[in-house]
Design a protein around this ligand. Structure first.
Ligand code: 3HC
Length: 690
């Protein structure tokens, strides 16, 4: 786990704990032993700590959290580093994150490779740094800057870290040689500076800047206990002695490890990584090279997808039927990039470079040289099958043909070609250039190689790709449709849109279903319902009254000129009451808890069916979809994880009651949910079994 070698008086300890050099108990032991040996060896004047592989240290081993601590503990290691009688230099060869950066901060100097990244991302796991980071980093770079880094959890590059004062040297040539030379020089000078002794960066001015940032963070502090704890521990830098600050940090850290929100976020960390393990796909399945892409359809979705390719450096041809439609599409893409330039997140040069990667063409023939084509035209099977038939003829053998359909049968689309093994669904979420979720729809005959290519493409586009099977609406929209039906039912039963939305935002979503519907436009759902012969009395009545959502200035809410969000509208409330009375329903009130149950339990039920049918491989995949595509609050871990915390027996019983009350049999607990509930089990207990 830790190899050591002495070279001209410097003991180099190299951590070797693949895949990311997490600081497991063995690594901690190895480092403490190296420190002890160095102290005892008269031939050794200084130490260098580095790692093999591309990561320096990814932090504490997250999988050890919640297990009994093993000696040496993290704080014991940190103390041993700082108190080493011989100077210790961290040679940061790659990412130094969380506890990894804290190890480096406890060393007496830091030398980084130019490509290294340094950060304290614990906040994203519902934690705070727990090995002195909250006390050492502010002493090195000031409390305000350190707080911002820890609050956002975003790493900085080596050069920025040097400018801030985290890193002493960026090694332009050999990292180990530079670090060893620095270590020897420190030994010669008797220099062993410790971050804990620094006071110079902590000033009155810095305190004011820090408090201003705290004000900005009020909402996060209210939502997340770890953010409030972070504020308190960083504030201790001004008011308390170093050791007291560290003790306070430790106290919070140990408490937060046990917090349900942190447990959920740690679950999410692993669930997101597990999505890449796809049944039937081995690590050796080769992805095809994708040099050129084409996107058919230059609407909002097609344009967003083209931006994704350009942002990833892949040249893309955007295809439309007419020059006019093309011009509109390209203009929309330019507007999107212009907005980024205005926000300062994109330079004008970079905008030009990316626009240069997007070529607009009229006519499908322009897809001839693409290695992958993504079709993003409107949801009409006849149109799609005709396009796929043409693409099959136009594109070279081996080119992947993908559809961005959100509902339609990918098997049927694939059957329109002579290469169903090359056909796949790539379901992007709007806005496609922003949302991280990508549902990769594996049809019956899609080849493993094409699935592997879609996964590697998804990652290259900065997405979280999740493989799902073919069914109406796949995983995300299929579950969402259950919530939509439940939301409409709540309105006719007695709730009002703002009450439903408030219950959902209090649960942790950024937006409630009705505000969301207004934003997306009510006509899309209306059209789908009509084509399926379905009815939603309130939504239909709103559409008939031309209340199509925000774009019409009114939907479930009214949007006066200049208003940032919708306002209650008595007209809508009268309309809802009228619908209830026409349906002969006696309206009653609902508590927020009841609203949440009625909206979300049917979704969990559908998730159970999705699992049973093998449309999703694991509960974690369903959770990742909801977290990244539909705004499920991450600290609640996703719908299936949440259901386990609520208790499946409770959910099944409530669903039985809802079914009896409404006469809607689809609300009856799915067989899998019923079975797990009866056996007192959780979805998590399924593991790979089904
Ligand atoms: N502990 C345990 N396992 C870890 C880990 C960690 N800190 N970090 C990564 N892993 C595992 C992943 O689960 C994954 O396992 P798998 O192959 O079995 O799925 C494997 O390492 C590779 O990880 P990625 O797929 O994420 O690899 P990338 O190359 O894309 O990214 C990384 C590497 C940037 C280091 C990324 O893994 C990462 O951000 N890791 C987490 C960093 C973090 O949050 N550190 C803070 C931990 S808490 C802490 O340190 C507390 C301290 O203050 C006391």
């Amino acid at each position: 786990m830790v190899r050591t070698a002495v070279n001209e008086g410097v003991l180099v300890a190299t951590i070797d704990n693949p895949p990311v050099n997490a600081l497991s108990a063995d690594v901690r032991r190895g480092l403490v032993e190296a420190l002890r040996n160095a102290a005892a060896d008269p031939q050794v004047s200084a130490l260098v700590i580095t790692s093999s592989g591309k990561t320096f240290i990814a932090g504490a081993d997250i999988s050890e959290f919640g297990k009994p601590p093993q000696s040496p503990t993290f704080p014991e290691l940190i103390q041993a580093l700082e108190e080493s009688p011989k100077p210790v230099v961290a040679a940061i060869n790659g990412a130094a994150l969380g506890g990894g950066l804290e190890v480096a901060l406890a060393c007496h100097a830091r030398v980084a490779a130019p490509g290294a990244k340094l950060g304290l991302p614990e906040v994203k796991l519902g934690l705070i740094p727990g090995a002195g980071g909250t006390q050492r980093l502010p002493r090195l770079i000031g409390a305000a800057t350190a707080f911002r880094m820890m609050r956002d959890g975003e790493p900085v590059g080596a050069a920025a870290a040097r400018d801030l004062g985290i890193v002493d040297i960026v090694a332009d040539s050999d990292l180990l040689v530079t670090a060893s030379m620095h270590a020897r020089e420190m030994a010669r000078n008797g220099s062993r500076p410790a971050a804990r002794d620094r006071r110079d960066r902590i000033t009155e001015e810095d305190r004011a800047a820090f408090e201003a940032l705290v004000k900005e963070t009020a909402r996060q502090m209210k939502e997340m206990p770890n953010v409030a704890a972070l504020v308190e521990t960083v504030r201790a830098v001004f008011d308390r002695a170093f050791d007291d600050g560290v003790a306070l940090e430790r106290e919070h850290f140990l408490r937060l490890i046990e917090d349900d929100r942190s447990k959920a976020l740690r679950y999410v960390f692993f669930a997101e990584r597990e999505t890449s393990r796809v049944p039937g796909l081995s690590k050796d399945t080769q992805a095809r090279p994708l040099r050129r892409a084409a996107v058919v359809g230059a609407g909002t979705m097609g344009g967003g997808i083209a931006i994704c390719f350009a942002n990833a450096g892949i040249p893309v041809t955007l295809i439309e039927t007419s020059e006019e439609a093309l011009a509109r599409g390209i203009a929309r893409i330019e507007q999107t990039y212009d907005a980024s330039v205005r926000r300062g997140t994109l330079s004008p040069e970079e905008k030009q470079r990316r626009l240069g990667l997007i070529a607009g063409r009229a006519g499908l023939e322009a897809a001839a040289d693409a290695d992958i084509v993504v079709e993003a035209v409107f949801e009409d099977m006849a149109v799609k099958t005709s396009i796929f038939g043409d693409l099959d003829r136009i594109t070279a053998p081996g080119a992947i043909l993908a559809t961005n359909t959100s509902y339609l049968d990918v098997n049927e689309i694939a059957a329109a070609t002579r290469r169903p093994e090359d056909v796949i669904g790539l379901h992007f979420f709007s806005p496609a250039n922003v949302m991280r979720l990508l549902e990769v729809v594996r049809a019956e005959r899609t080849s493993s190689e094409v699935v592997a290519t879609a996964l590697s493409l998804g990652r290259a586009l900065g997405k979280i790709p999740v493989v799902v099977g073919v069914c109406f609406g796949f995983v995300g929209n299929r579950m969402l449709s259950k919530r939509t039906v439940a939301a409409e039912r709540l309105l006719t039963a007695g709730a009002l849109p703002h009450e439903v939305d408030a219950a959902v935002t209090d649960f942790g979503f950024r937006m409630g279903p009705f505000a969301m519907a207004d934003l997306a436009g009510l006509d899309i759902g209306w059209r789908t319902r009509k084509s399926l012969g379905q009815k939603a009395p309130v939504a239909d009545a709103l559409c008939e009254a031309n209340r199509l959502g925000q774009k019409a200035g009114k939907g479930y809410y009214v949007y006066p000129e200049g208003a940032r969000s919708g306002e209650r509208d008595p007209e809508v409330e009268r309309l809802i009451e009228k619908v209830s009375s026409e349906l002969g329903i006696k309206r009653r009130s609902f508590t927020p808890d009841e609203i949440v149950e009625r909206l979300l339990y049917p979704m969990v039920n559908e998730g159970a069916r999705i699992l049973d049918e093998g449309i999703a491989a694991r509960t974690g995949d369903i959770d990742v979809i909801w977290l990244n595509g539909y705004g499920w609050p991450a600290w609640r871990g996703g719908p299936m994880y949440w259901a386990d915390q609520v208790g499946l027996a409770k959910i099944a019983d409530r669903l039985e009651a809802f079914a009896a009350e409404t006469g809607d049999d689809s609300l009856r607990p799915a067989p899998l949910l019923r079975r797990l509930a009866d056996e007192g089990r959780t979805f998590a207990s399924l593991g790979g079994e089904r």
